[in-house]
Design a protein around this ligand. Structure first.
Ligand code: MGD
Ligand code: MGD
Ligand code: MO
Length: 696
């Protein structure tokens, strides 16, 4: 019934297998996995894969510890005590587990319809098979509710697409030749390490590096300049830059005339953002706006590397929509090392419909649940959610406004199935807990959102215990539910073959057969090229769209604008909760993954909140004391780090700790809100006012 297992090598031998890192990170590294006696003993970055260049982040370099962690889930289990922290489970067989799930789902479908069943998944595994293939087919065929996967990138993706047309940008390999690199709302050293390597090379060749971030991060430390704006004010800064570029004639009029749409209207809007106003909105100096605009307007090539850190406030969509106007104004796109990059994922000819089979869905199409409001929806959705299957995600730790999320998951009448490698905070609420393989135990095929290579992940070892990949879980569930459609019999290798449109010119010269042997291949896009030197944007007009008719007809502003954070520091709420809290990733965690590793917990020490000395002094907070971080939604505790890393008025707590491994049993999502972004229905994790006080 299972997939054919990789043949284990004879005892006493060592061999190396080509893998791909499946974590939700732009770098998608190529791995060399050394196996000895059926165990993974070493993981190294592939030297022949240009984006990886033989180097790995610390998390993945210690991967054998994660694979062979004593806490790996190895067998199906069912809960025997109460839901929640401390939940107890007992081993059952796969047959029992599948039968229990099918029986319960049949009765839910009979009573309330299949829409009462909700899949909850994100990118715990980012492989094309692991992320969305057999699982989607299964839920489509079941007629389950659909999940809108908005927790990370949907706002920025939509805003960027309005201007540029898709998730495309400069070829990251070209950035070594940039003269100015603006790292805008991204902490490359932590969350995009292999871009940082290229930026360092550019720096050695004479580039100037600028970081735009409310915190002086490890990345900002190493840049020539750091602009510490208030969270959620990026589009105001971008408009300030436009204002100066237009006022001081630092434009490429020829590029604008040929390859953009709506310049006049955009200029009128930019006119409303003189540097003095922008400085007041962003909490920075007027000179910083002027100086950055002049540097940007007079340095070529100039590259902007942005990321999703700026799409987590009320105006997160507009932030990316506005920023992405800049390179067309100065003609930065003319140069291979100029332009902007948010994500490169739109370059891949992924055969999404073949993988996911939306045609299996019933009509009318089942309802959609937004994953960013799962707490609210578990408590209030109508008709009610009766069952959840959680995989590739740990919502009890990572979803906003934990009090509602936890209350929702604790519902006695909710039937929850969790498939994971570990007993996460979410697993504590499972009725049935199923063991997942790691990527080193399964086959997969990968795109990337930070470079332009396709990769294969070959299984290195046999599945541990009775763990199965996501694909196999849903094959088994399909069989149990009596779904006979041929697509449920596809093997993982069949799925790999179906994952791309191999006839697309971007895959010219690459086939599944060649890729399987080589391990990785660059998309067939010209090296050293400037993709939009002569326009050709994937927008409806083919131009860079300052003015977007499609946004207007969808009910949005036809033009970019600045949208203030919902919890704005100048609002009445700010009197009670004067600090803007942001909760970006800790270096040693990947979202909540790795946050149960003794090694990385030791390195991160304890949940901490960074506070500027001025804000700390005003609250009699000294370095090292335990503080409460709170607002009307909830509170959590952390160790205070008094430091000038965050700018005054901003607090920064590294994320995402497991609740049950935190001293107070809670984490930073106690205070984050379920309010959504301006577009794309995204989460607003960094739109969060709090107060902080000593815990004693
Ligand atoms: N080590 C590590 N790497 C990761 C992850 C991880 O958890 N750990 N997560 C992965 C995932 S899922 C993602 S989406 C990416 C996330 O990586 P990024 O897209 O880079 O986003 P964040 O880490 O959320 O935030 C990046 C920086 O933006 C700053 N920031 C916060 N708010 C604002 C703002 O309003 N404006 C500006 N200009 N800056 C702001 C933060 O201080 C932070 O330094 O990284 C991936 N890589
Ligand atoms: N406060 C705050 N909250 C945030 C963020 C923030 O910056 N601040 N960042 C947000 C962002 S950008 C994101 S992307 C989300 C991420 O949130 P999630 O997508 O939930 O990511 P993880 O917390 O890493 O959890 C992934 C889980 O999938 C499991 N897993 C890994 N591989 C597989 C597999 O092959 N099969 C199965 N079944 N399970 C597997 C892992 O063990 C892990 O428990 O968090 C969001 N939450
Ligand atoms: Mo993310």
């Amino acid at each position: 019934m299972a997939q054919p297992l990789p043949t284990s090598a004879p005892i006493g031998t060592t061999h190396t297998v080509r893998g791909a890192c499946p974590h939700d990170c732009p770098d998608t590294c190529a791995l060399e996995v050394t196996v000895s006696d059926g165990r993974v003993v070493k993981v190294a970055g592939a030297g022949d894969h240009p984006p990886t260049a033989g180097a790995l982040c610390t998390k993945v370099a210690f991967y054998p510890e994660r694979i062979h962690h004593a806490d790996r889930l190895l067998y199906p289990q069912r809960r025997v005590g109460a839901k929640g922290p401390g939940a107890r489970f007992e081993r059952i067989s796969w047959e029992q587990a599948l039968a229990m799930i099918a029986e319960r789902w049949r009765s839910i479908i009979a009573d309330a319809g299949a829409e009462a069943i909700v899949p909850y998944s994100y990118a715990g595994n980012s492989g094309l098979l692991g992320y969305g293939s057999m699982d989607r087919r299964f839920f489509h065929r079941l007629g389950a509710a659909q999940l809108d996967r908005t927790i990370c990138a949907s706002a920025g993706t939509m805003g960027y697409r309005a201007t540029i047309g898709g998730s495309v940008g400069f070829d990251v390999e070209n950035v070594v030749d940039s003269r100015l690199i603006i790292i805008w709302g991204s902490n490359s050293v932590v969350s995009n390490l292999h871009f940082w390597r290229l930026a360092q090379e550019a720096r050695r060749r004479g580039a100037r590096l600028v970081a735009i971030d409310p915190c002086r991060t490890a990345t900002a430390d190493k840049c020539h300049q750091h602009i510490a704006l208030l969270p959620g004010t990026d589009s105001a800064l971008a408009f300030g830059l436009m204002h100066v570029l237009i006022r001081d004639e630092l434009l490429d009029h020829d590029y604008i005339a040929r390859y953009t749409l709506g310049f006049e209207a955009l200029s009128e809007r930019a006119w409303q953002y003189p540097p003095a106003r922008v400085a007041a909105i962003c909490g920075i100096g007027e000179g910083e706006v002027e100086e950055l605009a002049h540097a940007y307007g007079s340095t070529s090539p100039a590259a902007i590397r942005t990321n999703y850190g700026i799409n987590r406030t009320a105006g997160g969509g507009m932030a990316l929509r506005t920023l992405s106007c800049l390179p067309a104004l100065t003609g930065a796109w003319r140069h291979p090392a100029g332009g902007i990059l948010l994500s490169s994922s739109g370059n891949y000819p992924v055969a999404t419909a073949a993988l996911e089979r939306p045609d299996l869905m019933p009509t009318p199409t089942p309802r959609t649940i937004n994953m960013s409001t799962i707490g609210h929806d578990l408590l209030h959705a109508q008709p009610p959610i009766k069952s959840l299957l959680v995989y590739n995600s740990n919502p009890v730790a990572i979803a906003p406004q934990s009090a509602e999320v936890v209350r929702g998951f604790a519902r006695d009448d909710l039937f929850t199935v969790v498939h994971d490698l570990f007993q996460t905070d979410t697993a504590d609420y499972a009725d049935i807990l199923l063991p997942a393989t790691s990527h080193m135990e399964q086959l997969d095929i990968h795109k990337s959102y930070g470079h332009l290579h396709v990769q294969v992940n070959q299984p290195a070892i046999a599945p541990l215990g009775e763990a199965v990949p996501n694909t196999e879980l849903f094959r088994r569930l399909a069989r149990q539910m009596g779904f006979n459609d041929a697509c449920f019999a596809d093997s993982d290798e069949d799925l790999c073959r179906q994952a791309f449109d191999w006839d697309d010119p971007r895959l010219a010269g690459v086939s599944w057969e060649t890729l399987k042997v080589a391990g990785h291949a660059r998309l067939n896009l010209p090296r050293g090229a400037a993709p939009f030197a002569e326009g050709g944007f994937p927008t409806p007009s083919g131009k860079c769209e300052f003015h977007s008719e499609s946004m207007a007809s969808a009910g949005f502003d036809a033009l970019p604008d600045f949208i203030a954070p919902r919890e704005w520091r100048q609002s009445p709420l700010a009197a009670e909760f004067p600090l803007a809290l942001i909760t970006p990733p800790a270096r040693n965690f990947l979202n909540s993954s790795f946050a149960n590793s003794p090694r990385f917990l030791a390195q991160e020490k304890s949940p901490s909140v960074y506070l500027h000395p001025r804000d700390a002094a005003a609250r009699a907070i000294v370095d090292g004391v335990t503080v409460r971080i709170f607002n009307r939604r909830g509170e959590f505790q952390a160790r205070a780090v008094v430091s000038d890393r965050p700018r005054p008025g901003v607090a920064m707590a590294t994320s995402i700790w497991w609740r049950k491994l935190s001293p107070d049993g809670r984490n930073c999502n106690e205070v984050t809100s379920q309010a959504l972004t301006d577009m794309g229905g995204g989460a607003t994790f960094y739109d969060c006012l709090v107060e902080i006080a000593r815990a004693d």
